[in-house]
Design a protein around this ligand. Sequence first.
Ligand code: SF4
Length: 386
Amino acid sequence: MKDNGNMNSEIRSDAAVPKTPAGSAVLPLDSSFTVEVTGWYRDNRRNLPWRQDKDPYHVWVSEIMLQQTRVEAVRDYYQRFMQALPTIEALAEAEEEQLLKLWQGLGYYNRVRNLQKAARQILQNPSAEEVSVDPSVTGFASAGFPRTMPEILALPGIGEYTAGAIASICFDQRTPAVDGNVLRVMARLTEEEGDVKSTPVKRSFTELLADLYPDTDCGDFTQGLIELGALVCLPNGQPRCEMCPVSGFCRARAAGRVMELPVKAEKKTRRQEQRTVFILSCGGRLAVRRRPKGSLLGNLYEFPQVSRHLTAGAAVSQAEAWGCHPLDVTRSKQYKHIFSHVEWDMIGYYINCGSEGPGETFRWVSREQLEEEIPLPSAFQPFCPE
Ligand code: SF4
């Protein structure tokens, strides 16, 4: 990280201005940079389902889904979600099981729980109901949505990035939204040496960008920077500098250092855990159970599982202990599932059972129920029988 807190003034005043490959000086990040980014965005933006309007409900849900997930994967999730829950009111009133099912496979399930908490919080605003019933008055259906950064930030599950995106895209405010794409673009443009995930670097980019925002169409600048990172200033492999609209502003390119930047601190290693999963079937139904509330994947369903890898014999004994009267057993393939802090090394056993066992141990469901109703996280999907 450079000493000078004001990177904007640093770039403009640096006497030893680097040269681009063509030999001309690197341009300062000023309003001409902003014009290039917004103009490029308007000509090159992808047509995505959540970009059809500026309704904050649409932008908000898409931004939460896009955290940790690729755009292509989010498209279908977003459309299913909006079909099932087209308004903030519908989201607020949804059953938890429906929410989790709609989110199944996206992971980080607290995101959807927080969406619902925030929806309920928005509707507690006394003016929300009044304004949200008539979109023609305000231009969009979610008019009860808060409009200022502090109010948006006060909603559960919304951090600086998401609040900045909503405020600039939906309410035309000069609020930067600095995600991983923008960090990478900015680190290369400014030849930043510090860890891009660190708070001081994020803060310095946020301050620098806040000064560069246009007076109107702020959302196009926000989305232009993000889109630039997604389509041109790529994360893995060579960025597409030859087609970059802001290559003339780029210090890393001028210095021949685009592949060295951004600098990222080393990731912590994940804890390794062994798991044995049981796919117990009886009379065409499969055993599932809810995971404990508050645990990893809490309140979602799982195929019964135990820690460590069991032999086939030990798996049969475990099924007997559950009272399921195992008839035959087949070993599944081995899978790894990676969470943010832990990695599950998973094996499974398909066991045909003569009995569902006593009482409330498991919920036995048909294949159709499993597919349509039961929120089963991705970690267990590879074990679903064909
Ligand atoms: Fe990224 Fe290359 Fe553009 Fe610089 S010139 S911002 S490295 S794509």
